[in-house]
Write a protein that binds this ligand. Structure first.
Ligand SMILES: NC(=O)c1ccc[n+]([C@@H]2O[C@H](COP(=O)([O-])OP(=O)(O)OC[C@H]3O[C@@H](n4cnc5c(N)ncnc54)[C@H](O)[C@@H]3O)[C@@H](O)[C@H]2O)c1
Length: 301
């Protein structure tokens, strides 16, 4: 898809982070955008930013409250999207919504594991199934599923279990890769890409706690604020930069979209030496090297 002008784009998780920036950049490129999220106020902010970025007043932006882990809710979202644009087709589907949780099968609850897997994997599955017919009815369609570097490396450090998120993100990657053949056989004008971001400065820590399996205590909320700030501030790439990489990848027709130098470096390192990938220090050493390289390029006082 060379141009997004006049295309109809659907984004899940458009309230903050990469989903918000995708909405803004797609609207700026002349696409009509429909998004869903759990947070109405966050979507309202995104919609205002997207409207301000749009090149013309007839660009349509719509927001829909919907939990992607609920298939019935996704079907209602699909019906609302088609009605709001008065069409039977959509061109672009970004299955972007996600949250973390359920790190350990020993110490985390079953609810938190299931919540993470249901949002991160079944959200992608329900989104694809709900919009498939509308994508097939387009003359040019593209499904863009967000996995993660945790879709090929199931770790955030050798001492920090990360099972539900990694399982879901591996599943998103496998589903999308297999979907490419299914589409080639049954609907060759529809393409699919898998997005694998490294560390991107978004609100995922805060949103994961807020929309996770259970309410937080006041103490946990305070800790969460600090963790959220650190996650955001230490990220080597912003959500806006990440959205640009994703949209460039879609324009170039790439099925495999790595986002960030850390993602590229991890991909190369895991492929080069898969047996060592889960040894202590594997990720830490790589990230230290990347930080040192970046400090050399951008020295500060
Ligand atoms: N930030 C990173 O470092 C990073 C790295 C790799 C992959 N990812 C993935 O990128 C995607 C976007 O995340 P982000 O980093 O922009 O985080 P984010 O929290 O800023 O954005 C995710 C959005 O999804 C929404 N959401 C969460 N659960 C939902 C549900 N059940 N139904 C509908 N909406 C829901 C949130 O409200 C939020 O607006 C996610 O799939 C995430 O797993 C993020």
């Amino acid at each position: 898809m060379q141009s997004f002008a006049g295309k109809i784009a659907v984004i899940t998780g458009g309230g903050t982070g990469m989903g918000r920036e995708l909405a803004v950049q797609l609207a700026a490129a002349g696409a009509h955008v429909s998004m869903c999220d759990l947070s109405e106020p966050n979507m309202a902010e995104t919609a205002a930013l997207a409207r301000a970025a749009a090149p013309a007043s007839d660009i349509r932006i719509s927001t829909h409250t919907c939990d992607v882990s609920d298939e019935a809710a996704m079907l209602v979202f699909r019906d609302e999207v088609l009605a709001s644009h008065d069409v039977e087709h959509v061109n672009l589907l970004f299955n972007n919504a996600g949250l973390s949780g359920g790190g350990s099968i020993f110490t985390d609850t079953r609810e938190s594991w299931d919540r993470c897997f249901d949002v991160c994997f079944h959200g992608v599955r329900w989104g694809t199934l709900a919009f498939l017919d509308a994508l097939v009815k387009s003359d040019d369609g593209h499904i863009v599923n967000t996995s993660s570097v945790n879709g090929f490396w199931a770790s955030i450090g050798a001492d920090r279990p990360h099972t539900a998120y990694s399982a879901a993100k591996f599943a998103v990657k496998g589903f999308t890769e297999a979907l490419m053949t299914d589409l080639a056989v049954n609907a060759p004008h529809v393409k699919a890409s898998v997005v694998m971001p490294g560390h991107i400065g978004t609100s995922i820590v805060q949103n994961s706690m807020h929309f996770g399996a259970r309410a937080l205590t006041d103490e946990e909320k305070e800790l969460m604020k600090i963790a959220d700030q650190m996650f955001h501030d230490m990220a080597p790439m912003t959500a806006a930069q990440a959205a640009t990489v994703i949209l460039d990848g879609v324009r170039d027709g790439r099925w495999r979209i790595l986002v960030g130098e850390d993602a590229h470096a991890l991909d190369a390192a895991v492929r080069a030496d898969p047996e060592r990938a889960y040894e202590p220090g594997f990720g830490e050493m790589l990230f230290a090297e990347l930080r040192a390289a970046s400090d050399q390029l951008n020295p500060t006082d």
